[in-house]
Ligand binder design. Sequence first.
Ligand SMILES: [Zn+2]
Length: 102
Amino acid sequence: MNVEIPRAEPYDDATWWQADHPAWMQAVDTDGNKVKPSIRCNCGHWSGIGLHHVHADGTVTASFFHDANPHPEIGYAGGGCGWHVFLKLKDYEGGDFPPDPR
Ligand SMILES: [Zn+2]
């Protein structure tokens, strides 16, 4: 399934943990530089996507999977909701972010 998700405002208390409203957020580092977007899953949980590639047009590869199973090899504890989709970040203009395993 392909899902286009809207941009969320950083730290908006009203919607921050809202389920059934997947979204993305553009954070900046302490120098004001844009960093890789974070994703709000369909369950409301925010997560980073360090191993994904965010393309300049907002397409995210590979697919986003909030896995229920733990994957200790990448430091993932498990417990996800199982949402598995191909994401596109609507109105994204943060540039290209290749996968970064750190
Ligand atoms: Zn989830």
